[in-house]
Design a protein around this ligand. Structure first.
Ligand SMILES: Nc1ncnc2c1ncn2[C@@H]1O[C@H](COP(=O)(O)OP(=O)(O)OP(=O)(O)O)[C@@H](O)[C@H]1O
Ligand SMILES: O=P(O)(O)OC[C@H]1O[C@H](OP(=O)(O)OP(=O)(O)O)[C@H](O)[C@@H]1O
Ligand SMILES: O=C(O)c1cccnc1
Length: 496
């Protein structure tokens, strides 16, 4: 077992990070002799978060970490052995616990690289392997990918609003959903485009730059803004940002300028000021004028106070002179959308006589919720600039016809032929083969740079916040026809 950020934070084994039903199904499969039946599951969401036009895939590196450390420890097994059913009998017999003790992860995993833009119905991960194992992974993979993808996407939207030149500082830990929510959110915020975090543990564990200013309490402790700024400058002569709004913001700016002059006389430069209340557009414009007039055009203006992408857009439209955005609550809690509804669905099962696959489907009253059968790959067609044009889901276990047609999964009459010469990339890449890692993952900073390029490659109409265009994602025609056939087979045909 390798040491990992997750296990170093919590406990040596995180194999019990699951819902009980995964383990009861595992026992049932084992009892039925179905544990090794080969299966394929897809992890995907149906609708992009924040009523947006895209999501940014995230969570893979954490999932790889979890999978590589997946072992049931003696402690885990002792706990499972202690569980009792409603009549007082053991829930899991010793023979099954012995099986779990020896269980080794042997699945194939294909996944979309972190930072890649992704759309509804597209598998972010595909797991192929023994049924018992592949099922057992569901909860942890969803926990990691749903939250990481949600916050990374929120952060990418905030980056979109701030533009490429401004700094974004993530300040959310104190308002996060617990320690782990805060830690995971700091990682995802950085991946999505934030430049730094105030979360020191995230800095240590994930190598994210750590930055910060000071609190109102610092000024209150001195009772006098000028003295407070001077003391902070003494402690950090080259790394000071003064919070100027404790009493009267513009007076605070003037006092900051006084102290900045003293710093300059001693050979140091003030880094910035921070505004945390009031009309941030008006105050930043006034503060910029005061700073520029006093000969401090490079002093940065940091703003914070419940900021999010729409507010940042509005402040920019109002001509705000803010160049650094401190964003906390709204980013780390994904305030306007509590969760990403990613799901994990069985899509194929090897036939009992090993003669091929049975493709599986989950029906729903809503077409949008009916699952897609097959062993899927996502093919992304690119335009002449290498920008995404349309995505095609197809079944890798069925032959592809020579002429390809995309069918809208929500409206089968909407179809578009694929130009035979169109360039494409395939999004699901092999990560594990028979439980062994076959791909080195990029660093978090590399994935962050990839995310920036990916989001920028999307049409502005898809990136915009209000009523974005729908990016075309289609089922390959033969997959669409097969899915329709399966739906008809399974749906009761009641006489009229
Ligand atoms: N020019 C502006 N346009 C739109 N919203 C703004 C503008 N300036 C600030 N806001 C936002 O308005 C919200 C309320 O800010 P405001 O400072 O009035 O109240 P507050 O948070 O209660 O302040 P205080 O800390 O003084 O109690 C915050 O989310 C803030 O970011
Ligand atoms: O508004 P958010 O996006 O969540 O950003 C984080 C907030 O946390 C701090 O406020 P807090 O009142 O907790 O402490 P302070 O005394 O340092 O202002 C900071 O001043 C920000 O306003
Ligand atoms: O460093 C800061 O300015 C900071 C840190 C956490 C929360 N709010 C602000």
């Amino acid at each position: 077992m390798t040491s990992s950020p997750l296990s170093s934070l919590y406990r040596p084994s995180l194999s019990l990070v699951t819902d009980l039903y995964q383990l009861t199904m595992a026992y049932g499969y084992w009892q039925q002799g179905l544990q090794d039946r080969e299966s394929v599951f897809h992890l995907y969401f149906r609708k992009a978060p924040f009523q947006g036009g895209y999501a940014v895939a995230a969570g893979l590196a954490l999932a790889v970490d979890w999978l590589e450390n997946l072992r049931f420890s003696d402690d885990d097994l002792a706990y499972l052995g202690s569980l009792r059913g409603s009549k007082g009998g053991v829930l899991f017999p010793t023979e099954f616990l012995d099986y779990l003790r020896d269980l080794k992860f042997t699945c194939d995993v294909d996944a979309v690289a972190e930072g890649t833009v992704i759309f509804g119905n597209e598998p972010i991960m595909r797991i192929q392997g023994p049924l018992l194992q592949a099922q057992l992974l569901e909860t942890a993979l969803l926990t990691l990918v749903n939250f990481q993808t949600l916050i990374t996407t929120k952060s990418a939207r905030i980056r979109e609003a701030a533009g490429p030149a401004d700094q974004i500082l993530e300040f959310g830990l104190r308002r996060a959903q617990g320690f782990d929510g805060g830690l995971g959110a700091s990682r995802a915020a950085y991946l999505g485009g934030a430049d730094a975090t105030s979360n020191v543990l995230a800095g240590q564990l994930y190598g994210i730059p750590v930055k910060g200013t000071h609190a109102h309490s610092w000024v209150m402790a001195f009772g006098d803004e000028r003295a407070a700024f001077a003391a902070y400058a003494k402690a950090f002569p080259d790394d000071s940002v003064f919070l100027v709004d404790t009493y009267d913001t513009l007076e605070g700016v003037r006092l900051a300028i006084d102290v900045a002059r003293e710093m300059r006389a001693a050979g140091h430069e003030l880094g910035g000021i921070r505004l945390d209340s009031g009309d941030l557009a008006y105050l930043s414009i006034q503060a910029r004028a005061l700073l520029d007039e006093a000969g401090f055009p490079k002093v940065r203006i940091v703003a914070s106070n419940d900021l999010e992408e729409n507010l940042i857009t509005s402040l920019k439209q109002q001509g705000a002179r803010i160049d650094t955005w401190g964003v906390g609550t709204q980013l780390v809690t994904a305030y306007n959308q509590a969760a990403l509804g990613g799901v994990y669905k069985l899509a194929a099962l090897r036939k009992a006589d090993d003669s091929g696959w049975d493709f599986t489907i989950k029906l729903s009253e809503q077409v949008a919720k009916t699952s897609i059968p097959g062993i899927l790959q996502v093919r992304r067609y690119l335009d002449d600039h290498g920008h995404p044009r349309a995505d095609m889901l197809y079944n890798t276990a069925a032959p592809l016809p020579d002429r390809l047609t995309l069918v809208d999964p929500l409206d089968a009459t909407r179809r578009r032929p694929v130009r035979p010469e169109a360039e494409f990339v395939e999004l699901l890449e092999p990560i594990f083969r028979r439980g062994q890692r076959v791909k080195d993952l990029p660093t978090l900073a590399e994935s962050r740079a990839h995310a920036q390029r990916q989001v920028q490659s999307l049409d502005p109409g898809i990136r915009r916040f209000l009523n974005p265009h729908t990016y075309p994602v289609g089922l390959e025609l033969t997959l669409h026809d097969y899915r329709t056939e399966l739906i008809l087979q399974h749906r009761p045909q009641k006489p009229a």
